[in-house]
Design a protein around this ligand. Structure first.
Ligand SMILES: CC(C)(COP(=O)(O)OP(=O)(O)OC[C@H]1O[C@@H](n2cnc3c(N)ncnc32)[C@H](O)[C@@H]1OP(=O)(O)O)[C@@H](O)C(=O)NCCC(=O)NCCS
Length: 191
């Protein structure tokens, strides 16, 4: 029997939950070992002060189980005024149950309600649960000429961290026509 509601409860993260988000991140990253990317699995999760900054600005959401314990989370920031998905992670014990998609849909709904027209992200092109997954969630790969200055900077920063050892892409999800469902209306963050 699932330990969470379907669709899962999505809400803003609370300050005391940030260490748990780090645990989710470590566990979610483990699957990169299976595909020969142990460096990614070994990467430290976002530092508590960075998580706290997202949380304070209302830009950290969790998917919570029936005990209200987070099993997945999403971080967003604003790059040149556009919402950007910094991280989405789901604990492997709860993966492939639509939790990641619900977090992305929640953000899409709240940002569409705020009049935003797209979500962007950067990700690994060939990792099955990265670019191919986001494509299934309504994202499309952006051509290099379509990147604004903020996205270019992000790509450069990620390359400086060594992430470009594997092919990377920028993706966008257009928000026109995205509806805010009752489950996504409680925490519309603005940039
Ligand atoms: C990406 C991630 C958040 C998806 O969360 P999720 O709740 O498991 O995803 P959903 O249930 O919404 O969607 C499931 C789909 O994701 C993809 N997927 C998830 N886990 C996968 C895996 N181990 N292998 C291949 N595809 C996978 C598949 O497309 C899957 O669809 P399917 O079950 O019909 O094959 C989760 O896999 C994760 O935390 N990954 C590690 C962290 C990461 O890479 N985050 C993204 C970069 S910031």
């Amino acid at each position: 029997m699932p330990t969470f509601n379907i669709p899962p409860q999505i809400r803003l993260a609370r300050p005391d939950e940030l260490p748990l988000l780090q645990e989710i991140e470590r566990a979610a990253g483990e699957r990169f070992r299976e595909i020969g990317m142990p460096e990614i699995a070994d990467d430290d999760p976002p530092a508590l002060h960075l998580l706290a900054r997202h949380q304070r600005h209302g830009l950290a959401w969790v998917a919570a189980d029936v005990s209200d314990r987070p099993v997945g989370y999403l971080l967003c920031s604003f790059a040149a005024g556009e919402p950007h998905v910094d991280q989405v992670s789901v604990h492997p014990a709860n993966s492939r149950r639509g939790i990641g998609r619900s977090l992305l849909d929640h953000l899409a709904g709240s940002q569409a309600a705020n009049g935003r027209t797209m979500l962007t992200l950067t990700t690994f092109a060939q990792v099955p649960w990265n670019a191919p997954y986001y494509a299934r969630c309504g994202f499309e790969v952006m051509a290099e000429g379509e990147l604004n200055r903020a996205l270019r900077k992000k790509v450069e920063e990620e390359a400086a961290q060594g992430l470009d050892r594997w092919p990377r892409v920028c993706m966008r999800r257009r928000l026109a026509g995205v509806q805010t469902s009752p489950n996504t209306s409680m925490s519309a963050a603005s940039g």
